[in-house]
Write a protein that binds this ligand. Sequence first.
Ligand SMILES: Nc1nc2c(c(=O)[nH]1)N[C@H]1C(S)=C(S)[C@@H](COP(=O)(O)OP(=O)(O)OC[C@H]3O[C@@H](n4cnc5c(N)ncnc54)[C@H](O)[C@@H]3O)O[C@H]1N2
Ligand code: MOO
Length: 406
Amino acid sequence: MKNVAVDVALAAVRQGAISPVAEPVPLAKAMGRVLAEAVLAGRDQPPFNASAMDGYAVRRDSLKTKAKQVTLHVVGESAAGRAYAGRVAAGEAVRIFTGAPVPADCDAVVIQENVVRQADVIDVLPDGCKPDGPSHIRKAGQDFKAGDTLLEPGQRLDPWRLSLVAAAGLDTVPVRKRPRIAVLCTGDELVLPGQTPKPDQIYESASHALMALIKQWGGKASYLGVEGDDARALHKALKKTKADLIVTVGGASVGDYDLVRPALEKLGLALDFASVAVKPGKPTSFGRLTDGTRILSLPGNPASAFVTAQLFLKAWIEASLGMPETSPFITAVTQGPLSAAGPRESYLRAKIGSSLQGQLQVTAFDDQDSSLVSVFARADALIRLPANTLPQNAGARVEVLPLDRL
Ligand SMILES: Nc1nc2c(c(=O)[nH]1)N[C@H]1C(S)=C(S)[C@@H](COP(=O)(O)OP(=O)(O)OC[C@H]3O[C@@H](n4cnc5c(N)ncnc54)[C@H](O)[C@@H]3O)O[C@H]1N2
Ligand code: MOO
C-alpha cells in the first residue's frame, strides 16, 4: 500500500497493535492505566442503611401526632463505624450521625435542627414531624450493589474511577501492560536543548512532546536520542533497540538525506503503508521488522509529527491496550472562513471557544505551516477537513478533534 487515506492507515495501525498482556499494579500506581478485567462490587455500598444527616433515628409512626410536637426517649447512639445494635420501640429515638448505620427498627432520621434535647428526652418540633418529610436515609446499595460491574475491561483509570475501585475495596488492580515505545530523532541539523547549535542547526524539539504524549496515552516511552544523517549509524541504533514500537522522527521524505527507510529495510521492514493522504503528515509510514518490532515513521516537521502522532500513535497505543475504538471528534462552528482542503484530509491547528449563545466555536490559526512549534503550543484543537472539502464560510459546522491538553 503506497499512499493511503487516513481511515485506511488507521485500520492498519490498529491491526498492527500488539496483544494486550495483563499485570497487577497497586491501586496507588494505577492512575492512567487501562483495566485488564472488569471491577466487580464484592458488597453493597453503602453496606447498610446509612444516615445522611446528624440527628435522631426514629420510627416514622412515632412522629404521627395531632399535638404540635412529639416527645421521644433517647435510648442509645449510632456513630459512623460504631453501630447501635439494640432495638428501638415506638416513642424511642437513637442519637445518630452522618454515615452511621440506621438501627433496624428505624425508618427515618429527624435532623437535630428540628429537635430540642434535654438529658435523654427530645422534643421533635413541627418541622420534624411531617409524615411525608424526607427520611434522610441512604438505602443499602444505593451507590452500587454486590455483584454489580463497576468498571469494564479496556476502561482507563482516572481519578474518579480510582475512587470507585477503592470503594470496591481493591488494593491491587489488573491492568494492561504498557507497550514499550522508543523514539528516535534523525537529522544532522539537530542539537539537544542545552547544547550550542552551529548557525545551520536547530534544537530537537519534537521528542519531548512525543514522549509526554506516549506516557499520557498509556505507553512506556524511552528516548534513543538523535542520530545524524548516517545510514550505518541509523541502522546500528535501530538494530539494538528493544521495543514493541519504534517511532522515528524525520528523514522520512524523499530527499537525499532521508535515510530512515533504507536503514529499516536492512532490518526487514515490511510496510503496511508508505505514506498517508493527510496534511500535514504525508510522509508517515507504518510496518514491522523481521523481529516483529512495529515501526511508525513520522515526518520531521514538528506539527506534522504531532498531528500524525495524535491520529496514529494514539490509536496504536489504545489498540495495544485493548481499548475500544471511539471517535475523538466533536462538532463546532468555525469563526472564520476556511480555505478548500485539497486532495489530502487536512488538520488545522485551532482554538476552541464559545459564543455568547453558548455555541461551541473554533478558530483556525492563520499560519498553518507544518514547521511551527509556537502555533501548536497555543492550539487546543485540530479542525478536520475531509479531502477535497470546498471553501467554508464563517459559521459553517466543522469536525473538531480536541487536544489532550492538561
Ligand atoms: N520534494 C519533496 N520534498 C518534501 C516532500 C515531498 O513530498 N517531496 N514532503 C514534504 C513534507 S509534506 C514533509 S512533512 C517533510 C518531512 O520530511 P522528513 O520527514 O524527511 O523530515 P526532515 O526532512 O528530516 O525534517 C523536516 C523539517 O523538520 C525539522 N525537524 C526534523 N526533526 C526535528 C525534531 N526532532 N525537532 C525539531 N525539528 C525537526 C527539520 O530540521 C526540517 O526542517 O518533507 C517535505 N519535503
Ligand atoms: O505533510 Mo508535510 O507534513 O505537509 O508538511
